[in-house]
Design a protein around this ligand. Structure first.
Ligand code: M6R
Length: 413
């Protein structure tokens, strides 16, 4: 069997032989012979994929997406276990530590949901560790590379580790002699093998095309990375990260236990809707982008995410009677501003679905989340958006796990 992603064949085998660029494989019933383009035969031992085939079963769930959303609290706990030592301190490999300690700027490169996690990661790394960080969409970065600093570190974020746009950038930066760290869910994936170091997401296989648990895992691992850099640089840490992550896992459990609320919200706001807007400020605006991506890819509702302040610069022209506007209110420094934005859209006929956080809530809010540290709110604010998207897709009878025109691993540019 030949495939572009090991995950696709897990039910057939756990033995894989990887094929590199510029190689040819000749397959017969008995053998696989790898040759260079010059005809030289290459010896390559197969490797064993460390994924349990039972992890890719749907079990009693109707959809992989639902199962994967439900797994998020466990994934966060798994990440805590993997990245802390017996004293409860964050422990990264020496390789990762030395890579980040040498960097004068971090360039995050990713696509789709992983790019959205990167936006959160930039805030975490800059605000906690004080290291300048840029985030780039891989397909743009590849062809329009910005000026680089003297000691850049490239941080690739990719659930699959196979995304072609990101890989094209990795090939180019390696050619230029720069160092790369990959955050991925798949050990042994191309982006992992070809980078200098890897940090794994430990999220377990993600099968649904719409990425959910990988997003929250990426943010948790990025927070751990930011904390480790901060500690190495002698920065004062704003709060105890591992304790807060453990608390967040419990909050995630409680949100996931209230799914019917989000099913009702999806029915009320999105079932018959042609379009939808997601608003937020700061961290909330990044999560809004992710909410909009989730909704559009699985329900085919045209959805756009905007920072609240941008409304009056154009998008407000699209607000009319009945337009659903889903707003996140979790950032203490801007909660009054975003409330102002909600008033602006409601005054123009929008129907507001507001997800807020304790301490910033209003009576009319659709759902109030328990309070978490402002830097980590994306780990919980994204859950209502994932669930609303899921139920909107169900209500519209869409194929949740395999939306049209999309592939799980995007292995072509
Ligand atoms: O495997 P990757 O994280 O590199 O994939 C990147 C995007 O293709 C992926 O996040 C895509 O946007 C998802 N369908 C979003 O749910």
């Amino acid at each position: 069997v030949v495939a572009s992603d090991a995950m696709a064949m897990l039910q057939v085998t756990d033995q894989y032989l990887e094929l590199h660029d510029g190689e040819i494989v000749i397959l017969t019933r008995e053998s696989a012979t790898i040759k260079t383009l010059d005809g030289e035969v290459l010896e390559r031992a197969p490797y064993t994929a460390e994924i349990d085939a039972s992890d890719i079963e749907k079990g009693t769930y109707a959809h992989y997406m639902l199962k994967e959303m439900d797994e998020q609290p466990a994934v966060i706990r798994n990440i805590i276990q993997h990245y802390q030592n017996e004293n409860g301190d964050i422990e990264l490999t020496e390789g990762v530590r030395s890579l980040v300690s040498e960097a004068d700027r971090i360039y995050i490169v990713a696509c789709g949901t992983s790019y959205h996690a990167g936006l959160v990661g930039k805030q975490l790394i800059e605000r906690v560790a004080g290291v300048p960080t840029e985030v780039h969409v891989a397909s743009e970065f590849g062809y329009n590379m910005p000026l680089l600093t003297e000691k850049p570190l490239f941080l690739f974020i990719s659930q699959s580790g196979e995304t072609a746009d990101s890989r094209a950038v990795l090939v180019e930066v390696k050619k230029r002699g720069y160092k790369a760290l990959t955050l991925t869910n798949v050990a042994g994936s191309t982006l992992s093998r070809e980078a200098n170091e890897t940090m794994l997401l430990h999220a377990g296989p993600e099968i649904a095309v719409a990425s959910t648990k990988a997003y929250t895992a990426q943010i948790a691992v990025l927070a751990i990375l930011a904390y480790d850099i901060a500690r190495a640089n002698g920065k004062k840490l704003p709060f105890d990260l591992m304790t807060e992550l453990a608390r967040i896992a419990t909050i995630m459990d409680s949100v996931m236990a209230q799914k019917e609320i989000f099913e009702q919200l999806a029915d009320k706001f999105l079932k018959e809707s042609r379009n939808a807007f997601f608003l937020g400020r700061g961290m909330d605006s990044y999560v809004g982008l992710e909410g909009a991506l989730k909704l559009k890819e699985i329900s085919y509702i045209q959805a756009e995410g905007y920072p609240g302040g941008e409304l009056k610069h154009g998008p407000i022209a699209l607000i009319e009677d009945g337009t659903p506007v889903i707003t996140l209110v979790s950032q203490p420094n801007t909660h009054l501003n975003i409330r102002g934005n909600i008033k602006e859209v409601v005054a123009r006929g929008a129907v507001a679905c507001t997800i807020s956080m304790e301490g910033m809530e209003h009576e009319s809010d659709a759902f109030v989340l328990p309070r978490v540290e402002p830097l980590l709110t994306p780990l919980v604010t994204v859950l209502p958006l994932q669930l609303i998207s899921y139920y909107a897709a169900l209500a519209r009878e869409c194929d949740v796990d395999k939306p049209r025109n999309l592939a799980k691993s995007v292995t072509v540019e």
